[in-house]
Design a binder for this molecule. Structure first.
Ligand code: DAH
Length: 345
């Protein structure tokens, strides 16, 4: 009995000295002394070994001890909850905080967003489609049947050839045009940003994947003049008033007539460099009036509706805008390259 009394006195001294002046310390105190495996529980367990004639006295001592511990805990808890611990904590409020390193958007995302917001001003809605595509949406519906020689322009990664047809990684975002025409009725006015894939050898000028933004506008009386004005507007917004623009006749199976659009080279300002192959001009997109056959593939009456379409490469626009001279930089994740675009909106 004497031993128990002595032991309890020792514990009391220890408890008195315990610093429970913060919420974390008060919780530590609770666990150590009042928790399910805490001291009070353990000591209460000793009762069973006390001889019967001493049980009453021991019970009283232990009960008092329990109340003593609980009181200390309640007081500590109350004062920490009221935030009344300022006197015991010595913060230096003037110390600088730890700086947070903020990441930046990828240059391709920045430029894609810029392109999208320019066309959104003209009322174009954003549409997206799958990167794994069937042959029909990527080629067939766009007036590029199996044996069409223009398929050679886009070296294709075929994924699977099963009973459901041929599957491939889309070679252009024109496949999203196809999906939009399939599910929407004119008037249609959309842009389709996305990643595309081609079986190219990777070099500074070519990659096996890149990004495009497709545009499509179908309504009554849409003309080539609308196409030109829309794209002029885009170029001025994107590159500024001083950039020169020219259209060149071209060929795409899904448009008739077709044109490619060049802008004056921003790298050498028209004086000639490797980017513009010393011509002073750089091609930035393909475009044209949607081929009547493409419209008819989707049940759109080509005697009533006309439309224009275009497709541009995001990498090329980024190259011209930010003078990036090697396509591989975009996918190498080198922070020294990526952080140069901090602050670019
Ligand atoms: N799909 C073409 C390509 O990847 C680009 C293109 C040209 C898209 C003309 C169009 C268009 O919508 O009308 O080379």
């Amino acid at each position: 009995m004497q031993d128990l009394i002595q032991q309890i006195e020792n514990y009391k001294a220890e408890i008195k000295a315990f610093d429970a002046s913060t919420p974390a310390l008060a919780e530590e105190f609770r666990i150590k002394y009042l928790g399910t495996k805490g001291l009070v529980k353990t000591i209460m367990g000793l009762m069973k070994d006390v001889p019967v004639e001493q049980k009453k006295e021991a019970g009283q001592i232990l009960n008092e001890f329990k109340i003593f511990v609980e009181e200390k805990y309640n007081t500590a808890k109350e004062s920490t909850e009221q935030g009344d611990n300022s006197a015991t904590i010595n913060y230096d409020w003037s110390l600088p905080g730890n700086p947070t390193v903020v990441g930046t958007r990828h240059p391709l995302s920045l430029v894609r967003n810029q392109i999208v917001s320019i066309f959104q001003k003209l009322g174009f809605a954003v549409e997206e489609g799958p990167e794994i595509e069937d042959d029909w949406h990527n080629f067939g519906a766009m007036n590029l049947p199996e044996d069409h020689p223009a398929r050679d322009m886009q070296d294709t990664f075929y994924v699977n050839n099963d009973s459901n047809g041929k599957w491939l990684l889309r070679t252009h975002t024109s496949s999203v045009q196809a999906r939009v025409m399939q599910h929407q009725k004119p008037p249609i006015r959309c842009i389709c940003p996305g990643r595309v894939y081609r079986n190219e050898t990777i070099s500074a000028r070519a990659h096996c994947f890149f990004h495009q933004v497709e545009g499509l506008y179908i309504d009554e009386n849409v003309s080539f003049a609308d196409l030109k004005q829309t794209l002029y507007f885009f170029v001025k917004e994107m590159f500024g008033e001083n950039v020169k623009v020219r259209f060149r006749p071209s060929y795409f199976p899904f448009t008739e007539p077709s044109a490619e659009m060049d802008i004056s080279c921003l790298i050498c300002e028209g004086n000639g460099c490797t980017v513009c192959k010393h011509t002073g001009w750089v091609e930035i997109l393909g475009s044209g009036m949607v081929h009547p056959k493409v419209l008819e593939n989707f049940g759109i009456d080509s005697t009533k509706y006309t439309g224009f379409a275009f497709g541009m490469g995001v990498e090329r626009i980024t190259q011209l805008k930010y003078r990036v001279n090697d396509l591989r930089l975009y996918s190498q994740n080198d922070v020294r390259f990526l952080k140069q675009f901090t602050g670019v909106v």
